[in-house]
Design a protein around this ligand. Structure first.
Ligand code: AN0
Ligand code: CP
Length: 315
């Protein structure tokens, strides 16, 4: 594997999940692999888990990490070709990506969707330009349309907690006061399409995800119906895709409560975090024994570590 910008770049998801579970048992086993190698983590947006877990993963492999908060510390980058740069953008990605590549062996990038320009977001203007101009492998730490490190951590977590050979997994939309990206939901859907599972997406009318991603995944508009017999309830808010980036209404009745969890097959509750308590999920659910969000976040280290390991082995 050269780059990791989508879950579909893994040769085999199931095998990778098993490798990550093995790695977790002895996380320092490949400490020599990344010796003398450096990863640059570029953040155009905030982060807790991605920043710390990717740094820890790199450290477990013996790598050095350089972190830059591009949003607040870097020059404002231009991503368009042929622009007269006489406004507020000081540097073109063409130089920036080549220069950064000289300081590291892998570059990892977080650049969320604008949620204002659907076409630019769909074109992955930041990630694709770094891929185009960087001379080192590129890792996606949540781009405009995907969060594949999260989806891999989710797959690892489900493998650890599943009790059925073919579990029922529900991705449920939940309310949120702010317009959030589609990236986490998109990568979760793409990951689930590679799994042997009964997978259902549930959301209010108007919150349909990009049909090029959902393809023929089942959609059930009745949340309670979708929850019946579920083994995993994965909750996430996203803004409208059709009415791009808009919060259509608060739909507070879509919050995950204990009453709804009671409809399931004693399902595990999952969320990528950060989560707004008593808006997205009630305290009673996130604090319950069925909540696996902390272990899910722990697995971010092993999803990043298995990805970096594969890239280093292919170097
Ligand atoms: C981001 C999102 O929804 O994409 C990051 C999640 C990992 N969440 C927020 O901005 C709250
Ligand atoms: N789940 C996740 O990516 O969290 P951060 O935004 O805190 O990195």
């Amino acid at each position: 594997m050269k780059n990791y910008t989508s879950i579909n770049e893994l040769d085999n998801l199931q095998e990778t999940v098993q490798e990550a579970i093995e790695l977790k048992k002895n996380e320092l086993h490949y400490k020599a692999l990344g010796e003398g190698k450096t990863i640059c983590l570029l953040f155009f947006n905030n982060s807790l888990r991605t920043r710390l877990s990717t740094q820890k993963a790199a450290q477990n492999l013996g790598m050095h990490t350089i972190v830059m908060n591009f949003g607040s510390e870097g020059w404002q980058l231009e991503f368009e070709d042929g622009v007269v740069m006489n406004q507020n953008k000081s540097e073109h990605v063409k130089e920036a990506a080549q220069v950064i590549s000289q300081y590291c062996d892998i570059v990892a990038i977080r650049a969320f969707a604008s949620l204002t320009d659907k076409e630019k977001d769909k074109a992955e203007i930041v990630l694709s330009n770094f891929k185009r101009y960087a001379s080192v492998p590129v890792v996606n730490m949540e781009s405009a349309t995907g969060h594949p490190l999260q989806a891999l951590a989710d797959a690892i977590t489900m493998e650890e907690y599943k009790t059925e050979h073919k579990p029922k997994v529900v991705l449920s939309w939940a309310p949120h006061p702010k317009a959030l990206p589609h990236a986490v939901a998109n990568s979760f859907v793409e990951m689930m399409q590679l799994q042997d599972a009964d997978f259902v997406i549930t959301h209010p009318v108007g919150y349909e995800l990009d049909t090029e991603i959902t393809k023929n995944s089942a959609i059930e508009y009745d949340q309670e119906k979708a929850f019946k017999e579920a083994d995993f309830i994965y909750v996430k808010n996203w803004s409208s895709y059709k009415n791009y980036g808009k919060v259509l209404n608060s739909n507070s009745d879509w919050m995950l409560t204990a009453d709804k969890m009671a409809l399931t097959n004693n399902a595990r509750f999952m969320h990528c975090l950060p989560v707004r308590r008593n808006v997205v999920v009630a305290d009673e659910v996130i604090d319950s024994e069925n909540s696996i969000v902390i272990e899910q976040a722990n697995n971010r280290t092993y999803s990043a570590q298995i990805v970096l390991k594969k890239i280093l082995e292919n170097y």
